[in-house]
Design a protein around this ligand. Structure first.
Ligand code: 13P
Length: 253
């Protein structure tokens, strides 16, 4: 069975002390996870090792980087390579978050390189896709997301796609309090799974985890996650509150 995943994206928030406190608070909440359920915390780079150490007794909880370099190593001041992430034991990385696409001009072809670097260093990408409000209003969101997937993922082989993680985050629902309805999420997730099935086959499509992101809260997570093609969430604001994120973990199927 494919993994059900509650992923937190802390973005550029919290001091180290606040981040450690949040992690301790989360660990002391009453959250339960089965063998096919995971929690992944995408924390700022400087905190990866500290938060990872705090999670070490929790078999189903992992840290993720929020980004990685598209290049292997060398004279790229300020960048963090997947080789560096692997060397500190990081196993997941967010790739292609809409904030990175928008503010740092990350194109589908740059993201292809980032996905390749992740695989070279045995790190699981959490590949983000999703359309803007203009595209949603024009009704062309399905083909837009399909192009994002084609241009960044279709060069991969079946082994790489087996169990792959995709996060669908409609930009109009991020940080706006305006969530996609659970039916809108289901429609897009089903479309994504079909696109993957056509390229890689039904078995691979059934193995991938598709997370929904965009104003997931403690109060709406269970409804969104109840949909058959929604395998959990990628959560911004609500992941900064331990009790809320614990409720979101407990809402996984
Ligand atoms: P919010 O949950 O704050 O809307 O953020 C979603 C997001 O961007 C997660 O990556």
């Amino acid at each position: 069975m494919r993994k059900q995943i509650a992923a937190a994206n802390w973005k550029m928030n919290l001091t180290l002390q606040q981040a450690e406190q949040l992690t301790n608070d989360l660990l002391s909440t009453n959250h339960k996870m089965g063998v096919e359920q995971l929690a992944i915390l995408a924390v700022p780079f400087p905190y990866l090792t500290s938060i990872q150490a705090r999670l070490k007794n929790n078999a189903n909880m992992f840290v993720a980087a929020q980004n990685c370099a598209a290049t292997k190593n060398g004279a790229y001041t300020g960048e963090t390579s997947t080789e560096m992430l692997e060397s500190i034991g990081v196993q997941y990385v967010l790739i292609g978050h809409s904030e990175r696409r928008e503010y740092y001009n990350e194109t589908n072809s740059i993201l292809t390189e980032k996905v390749n670097r992740a695989f070279e260093n045995n790190i699981h990408p959490v590949f983000c896709c999703g359309e803007s409000l203009n595209i949603r209003e024009a009704g062309t969101q399905n083909s837009y997301v399909e192009t994002q997937l084609k241009e960044s993922l279709f060069h991969l082989n079946k082994d790489q796609m087996n169990g792959f993680i995709i996060a669908y985050e409609p930009i109009w629902a991020i940080g706006t309090g305006r969530t996609a309805s659970s039916d809108q999420a289901q429609q897009m997730h089903e479309h994504i799974r079909n696109v993957i099935a056509i390229q890689f086959g039904d078995e691979i499509a059934a193995s991938i985890s598709i997370l929904y992101g965009g104003s997931v809260k403690a109060a709406n997570a269970a409804d969104i996650f109840s949909k058959p093609d929604v395998d959990g969430g990628l959560v911004g604001g609500a992941s900064l509150i331990a009790a809320d994120f614990a409720t979101i973990i407990n809402s996984l199927k």
